[in-house]
Design a protein around this ligand. Structure first.
Ligand code: NAP
Ligand code: MG
Length: 482
């Protein structure tokens, strides 16, 4: 067995108070690594190290921040195959998806390296004679990051990079299921020239490490991505803490993909397969509701089913695999529970949904397609977070739009159509933060805002230059030059 990988606290790699064992979901006999688990006291130490390091980093020059973030980017990109393999091994997305995600993390650091050079303020005349007004942005202080398991490096990157770019100190709590990518990223950050204590890694459970971040008065803000139920707890804790914390929440989705009669069938099927099933459907932007108008419904279901039959579901590291395993037993149980719920509710399980045996023991599930579903069913209202999608039949565009918007969520939505009129109407009337036309609901750019509406998101947008709304606070200064 290799060494237990440590936490990064105040620039030191330290042992923990227990061990997190990282299991490969493609082969549960394969232990990817063992990671020191931080307790409450160590989390508090990380917070005080961040607090101590913050003032100097807040005063660092744009050049220093550019240099560090750029170094991190170069390091990540130069190791994308190796880190992509680690990611695919610990999370179960396919190797190309893993490598793609690592590359994305590198690009995000490059983007925020540039942003560090672009931070400016405003200066203007006062409404009162002779006075001057300046508006500037300052960092928040110590920011706690609580991330989910499904994008083990990209989501941490899109929180850590802007936090550091704008002069904050960070305490990073990754999801316990995926400590490997978090540890690798932390090692890269530790070597980037960023002063000790500015960035800290504490691996551990939400209830211990996460809770400590939420309760601690020296944590100024929390950036969270995960489920709605955890998000709600985070919001409550941030409001109840003294002083109150700034927070942003990125949560679940029940994202619709509309397919209209006039859609290019091939495009629509590709959008559905990619959006609903790639990354094992474990994406907050996955299309889990396929809303299909009557004239194309049967052709679409048939073509999609044919496409699903051709997908290879297997070990995430094998070449040519399209869909890897579900991340762990508890997520698999949830997927199976919803397959039963859908059948009990009267939807037709048209294809898939069986457990699969492969060479190695893993959480393999045949991608599942429900038809004859209604938007009132639980499988159409609640996030499943697995390779499960439901086709809902609609009379026409108007009804499809109404169904698409009839949800507690609002992260991403899509439409497949060759009609400019419907595409344009949909972009304006979809109640989602991100709208895709003839594209899968999942898959976004990194230089533009990411986030949703309704139950999917709360607070400032992430990514692109919009990230500074969360990671900075605005100061208005008045001067009487005399
Ligand atoms: P989760 O169970 O909510 O966990 C997310 C993070 O919160 C983990 O690090 C978890 O720690 C931590 N946590 C759990 N309970 C906590 C508590 N009481 N206090 C503080 N922290 C706590 O979500 P998940 O299962 O990892 O991820 C799946 C969910 O994430 C899905 O709902 C998905 O839609 C959502 N997601 C959303 C986006 C988006 O941007 N909108 C992106 C990706 C995923 P441990 O698990 O380590 O204990
Ligand atoms: Mg794992």
């Amino acid at each position: 067995m290799t060494a237990i990988l440590k936490n990064l606290i105040g620039g030191e790699w330290v042992d923990g108070a227990g061990i997190t064992r990282n299991i490969n979901p493609s082969n549960t006999n394969d232990v990817v690594g063992e990671y020191a688990r931080a307790d409450k006291a160590q989390t508090e130490k990380a917070i005080s190290a961040a607090k101590a390091a913050f003032p100097a980093w807040a005063r660092s020059t744009p050049q220093e921040r550019y240099d560090a973030l750029n170094r991190i980017s170069i390091d990540i990109l130069s190791r994308k195959e190796e880190l992509g393999k680690l990611l695919a091994r610990e999370e179960g997305k396919t190797l190309p998806e893993g490598i793609g995600e690592v590359a994305r993390a590198g690009q995000i650091f490059a983007f925020f390296a540039g942003e560090a050079l672009r931070l400016t303020g405003e200066k203007g005349p006062s409404v009162r004679p002779g006075l001057e007004v300046e508006i500037s942005r300052e960092p928040l202080g110590v920011v706690g990051m609580i991330t989910p398991w499904n994008f083990p490096i990209a989501i941490p990157a899109w929180k850590i990079a802007p936090a550091l770019c704008y002069g904050n100190a960070v305490v990073f709590k990754p999801a316990e299921l995926v400590p490997g990518s978090a540890h690798a990223l932390s090692e890269i950050i530790a070597r980037s020239g960023i002063p000790a204590g500015v960035f800290n890694l504490v691996v551990g459970s939400g209830s211990v490490v996460g809770q400590t971040l939420l309760e601690h008065p020296d944590v100024a803000a929390i950036s969270f991505t995960g489920s709605v139920s955890t998000g709600r707890k985070i919001a409550q804790a941030c409001v109840l803490s003294t002083p109150m914390k700034k927070f942003q929440l990125e949560m679940g989705g029940k994202n619709p993909l509309i397919v209209l009669d006039d859609a290019d069938l091939k495009v629509a099927v590709e959008c559905a397969v990619n959006g609903a099933y790639f990354s094992t459907g474990q994406r907050c932007t996955a299309s889990s509701r396929l809303i299909v108008t009557a004239g194309i419904h049967d052709r679409f279901v048939e073509a999609l089913t044919e496409r699903l039959k051709g997908l290879s579901v297997d070990d995430a590291l094998k070449a040519g695999v399209h869909v890897g395993p579900v991340v762990d037993q508890s997520q698999l149980d949830q997927d199976l529970r919803y397959l039963k719920i859908g059948k009990d509710e009267g939807a037709k399980l048209h294809w898939g949904g069986e457990l699969l045996n492969r060479e190695t023991p893993g959480y393999y599930l045949q991608p599942a397609l429900f038809t004859e579903a209604s938007n009132a069913m639980r499988i159409a209202r609640e996030e499943i977070f697995g390779p499960v999608a439901a086709v809902i039949r609609a009379k026409n565009y108007e009804e499809a739009l109404a169904i698409a918007n009839d949800t507690d969520f609002g992260l991403a939505s899509g439409i497949c159509t060759t009609s400019l009129k419907y595409a344009s109407h949909y972009k304006r009337n979809s109640e989602a933060g991100m709208v895709m036309v003839n594209l899968p609901t999942a898959g976004v750019d990194y230089h533009v805002p990411f986030g949703g509406r309704k139950g999917s998101s709360y607070g400032a947008r992430e990514q692109g230059s919009y990230a500074r709304e969360f990671y900075t606070t605005v100061k208005t200064a008045y001067t009487n030059p005399g």
